[in-house]
Design a binder for this molecule. Sequence first.
Ligand code: SAJ
Length: 417
Amino acid sequence: MPVEHVCVIGLGYVGLPTAAVLASRGIRVTGVDVNQKTVDSINDGKPHIIEPDLDMVVYGAVSTGQLSARTDPVEADAFIMAVPTPFTDDRQPDLSYLQAATEAIAPVLKKGDLVVVESTVPVGATRRVGEWLKAARPDLAFPNPDVPGDAHDVCIAHSPERVLPGRVLLELVRNDRVIGGLGDDCAACTKALYAVAVEGDMHLTTASTAELVKLSENAFRDVNIAFANELANVADPLGIDVRDVVRFANFHPRVNILNPGPGVGGHCIAVDPWFIAASAPDRTPLIQTARRVNDERPAAIAEQVASLPSVAAGGAIACLGLSYKADIDDLRESPSVHVVEELRKRVENPILVVEPHISALPDGLSELDGVTLSALAEALSRADAIVLLTDHKVFIEVPPQDIAGKDVVDTRGAWKA
Ligand code: SAJ
């Protein structure tokens, strides 16, 4: 049966663009979020997150009536779960949001429906969604991955999102997808749903394989960045520019080293490798070491800044950029925030933070003495040391004469030219 109405649970960085794109392709979409403010803002046609072109697509979908938002799920043909899957303080996956979302859709599920988990999850989580649903709805049959060909009333699949913040709308449509079904027909049903919007190839497999595929992609990137950061740790004291090393090495046809930086942030690459480690703590030394190498970068950068002559002389320090990467407003797990924290532990100089995407310092920085949010022009004129942490376009375009004569630490290599 073709899907006419989809309920997207979780209207964040993945759920909202997914809801808006499906709505723009003629599917009726009900977006669900626990945050009333988010719901109100979307119903006004205004996304609550910054992502290129998203405002236009959301406005179009809401004003044509194809997309509406509310705080609780309604009956639909398909449910897409795009809720956060963070980790706990001891780096174990926290599935509480996924469980709450599953329990919220259970009462409105009916025979013939499809449930898709888009959130990045540890291996086995899609199976647990099936178990939670079975407990909540004993009147419906759910797929059992241990019984191939079993009969079920509801399909369940994992179709992990793979979109890059900053390019979400493009990548939602163009990227290939890996779709893993819990039962034999579940992946094919899911493929048929996404086919209304996705132009990339869709590769079908089991739910647990799809879970590990998604985690492996982000762990691969983390390990590669850790390698680049370790090279920076080696090259810097030797007086060698690590970016030259990476650039020249990458001329080799089988070498592709990523860029060193202040560390790895965001809610994906800094988190997902721990989901693999949690499944096999004794068999993942490489993945765990890479995480640690990247996590240690902010302290190393702070150390470098603290040893600058102008900083030793008590001059003000401008820290440019707090978000975890360029031209987005996302501060989650951001290494730039950690650099400022680490710097405050080491020196007492005034620290002027510049982040054009926020109006107040985040918790963790706002209570630190002598750390203030500043305008770019003010920070550049007052500070004697400039630390480029996030390579926002507005920072890359700073005229060289505005930083001439100051001590500069460019953690992104953005001013190298
Ligand atoms: N970074 C570096 N050096 C690099 C590349 C990135 O230090 O050469 C840093 C960034 O500055 C940032 C962090 O790594 O702090 C992560 O940024 P990113 O652009 O590599 O990735 P995310 O976290 O924004 O998105 C990733 C993507 N995964 C892969 O590229 C394998 C995206 O496709 C996923 O959909 C997303 O995670 C997710 O949601 O899982």
